[in-house]
Design a protein around this ligand. Structure first.
Ligand code: 4AD
Length: 559
């Protein structure tokens, strides 16, 4: 309550009584009014209330005080009243000083704002023009900088970082997707309206000469652009809408998820996505050089591959259909047409578990090979993983990104992958019948090496996996487990005999009718064959040492 409010309330309630009450134990300066039923806590409040009354009334008011521990009110002593008056005077002085200070500060802020506005108005008068006497600028991508040193170039890009040094110097780190470039703007170039209001993520065109950085200084690519002319292409918002206000390194994961389109502009996310691009190319190159054909199977299907519990279903013009869990069955149909085939397509899993390695939609690299043995299949998976790692490691730009994301990473190409039967893994871990997810990771993490885990029992695997000849309880199946991530590949030989496959449908309670085309493979020239599927995001999580698979694709689907 302000002194004025207290005074008016006090007047209203105790004009007739001419007493103001102070109860040091039970009163309150905030809610009290000085009447006996609502006393103040301190004599200072009573003095303030009196001071707020009309001058002719002030002398008639007496202050009654009830000390803490006492039941009786007694008139305030002269010394206590004097002390209270002194404190009140000090309070008044302090408040006055504060008000003066606030007024001064707001005056200064207004002056500063006016000065800034004056500068901005002034800056609008500065118009840059390109010096016609300079050589025409050659438009380049940042990655081509080294080949264009000491040449006048023009570079388009996004303002990735911005540092203003005094009023005559500005550093922009420009990003164009192909790389980063340090650019130096001096004097008039820093005085324009656009320079004074430039924001991160704005797009600009910078013209100038590319110069090697002086000895002892570093910059991306070892050179910097000495800008002689520049233009804004599009200014990103500042203030509350500035990108750094929407997103920063401390942002909550849910914000990062919803602002994923902005997150991917960040250094780490963009490196991860670039490594992903190179890895996908390496998979294609691997298969291409081994004579495989790439196929593009359908995403909308009417059959399941990996069990009904993870199917996303939808209505396809009145019929029940699904988003594919795996392209395997379609790849198998292509064997008689093209021989060994592969695809990198999206697969969909309605996974109930929200873990760090499960996505609803993921990129699935799958291959299918005719006339092979189970050992050929295991060798094929091992060779593919090693070859893809070797390919990306051999590209200096990709290797540098992997080394930055996963310091200490070593390609796993010199040693053969450990091969272990499921039964032996169970014994090692002393588990029951199945290896749950985290112990599976524990196993890889303790061993610290890739493991080809083979011969899973039939009941825990898919309907199409064939039993081995020597022990019908286990199947010719394999999972590749990687340290830190766990399973990245699942594969097997496929039942290639018509009747055995039909029996497998029966056993699983699946209607074979919608699979007539899959069964036909076993009817019209069947052959032993096998294949596998690799989760691209899980492979990348291992390669780039990311904790979760969610950051490994541009926009993970929500759960
Ligand atoms: O082991 P899965 O279920 O095997 C198949 O789908 C076979 N039909 C593949 C084939 O033989 N052509 O899945 C294969 C791989 C897993 O090892 C894992 O890397 C990845 O696909 N994967 C997932 N990745 C991210 N999120 C999920 N929900 C995944 N489910 C499987």
């Amino acid at each position: 309550m302000s002194a004025d409010e207290i005074a008016s309330k006090t007047q209203e309630m105790s004009l007739n009584e001419n007493f103001l009450f102070v109860d040091e134990a039970a009163g309150s300066d905030e809610t009290g009014s000085g009447v006996q039923t609502a006393p103040f806590k301190t004599a200072v409040a009573a003095v303030a209330a009196i001071a707020g009354m009309p001058a002719e009334k002030q002398a008639s008011f007496k202050v009654q005080v009830k000390k803490a521990g006492s039941d009786e009110y007694a008139e305030i002593t002269a010394s206590a009243l004097k002390k209270a008056k002194k404190t009140h005077d000090l309070n008044i002085k302090k408040a006055k000083k504060q008000a003066e200070q606030a007024a001064k500060e707001s005056e200064q802020a207004a002056a500063k704002q006016a000065e800034e506005q004056r500068k901005l108005d002034e800056s609008k008068k500065i118009v840059l023009t390109e010096d016609a006497s300079l050589p025409a600028a050659k438009q380049i991508k940042i990655r081509d900088g080294a080949a264009n040193r000491n040449t006048r170039v023009k570079v388009f890009g996004w303002v990735n970082r911005l540092r203003v040094q005094g009023k005559d110097m500005m550093f922009i780190v420009l990003r164009d997707g192909s790389g980063f470039l340090q650019c130096v703007l001096t004097n008039r170039l820093c005085h324009t309206y656009d320079a004074l209001t430039l924001t991160l993520e704005s797009t600009v065109a910078l013209y100038g000469e590319l110069k090697e950085v002086p000895e002892g200084k570093t910059a991306p690519g070892g050179h910097e652009l000495i800008v002689d002319y520049w233009e804004v292409v599009s200014k990103a918002p500042g203030g509350d809408d500035a990108v750094t206000n929407i997103l920063n390194s401390e942002s909550d994961p849910s914000i990062k998820y919803h602002q994923r389109h902005l997150v991917i502009r960040g250094d780490t996310a963009s490196s991860v996505l670039k490594v992903r691009s190179r890895v996908m190319r390496a998979f294609r190159d691997h298969f291409d050089s081994a004579g495989y054909y790439e196929v593009t199977p359908p995403c909308m299907v009417q059959t399941q591959v990996e069990g009904g519990s993870t199917l996303f279903s939808f209505n396809y013009y009145g019929e029940n259909a699904y988003l594919t869990q795996s392209s395997q069955l379609y790849l198998e149909t292509c064997l008689p047409s093209m021989g060994a085939v592969y695809t990198i397509s999206e697969s969909y899993r309605a996974e109930k578990s929200n873990t760090r390695r499960h996505l609803s939609e993921y990129s699935h690299c799958e291959a299918e090979i005719p006339f092979i043995s189970f050992t050929d299949l295991l060798d094929g998976i091992e060779n593919m993983v090693k070859d893809v790692v070797n390919r990306v490691w051999a590209e200096p730009e990709t290797r540098a990104m992997i080394e930055e994301l996963n310091p200490g990473f070593k390609p796993i190409t010199d040693e053969p992958f450990l091969r272990m039967r499921y039964e032996d893994a169970i014994k090692t871990l002393s588990f029951g019948d199945d290896i749950p997810e985290s112990p599976e990771r524990f196993m890889t993490d303790t061993i610290g090496k890739p493991i080809l885990l083979t011969h899973f029992p039939g009941p825990i695997k898919a309907f199409y996996m064939p039993p081995t000849e020597e022990d019908p309880r286990v199947t010719e199946s394999v999972d590749l487990l990687m340290p830190g991530v766990g399973e990245i590949v699942g594969g097997s030989m496929r039942i290639w005999d018509y009747d055995t496959l039909l029996a497998a449908y029966k056993r699983e309670g699946l209607d074979p009718a919608p699979y007539y085309w899959y069964l036909d493979q076993r009817k019209y020239g069947t052959c032993p064959h096998g294949g596998f599927g690799l989760g691209v995001e899980r492979f990348l999580a291992w390669l780039t040492n990311r904790f979760t698979v969610r950051g490994l694709l541009p926009a993970p689907a929500c759960f």
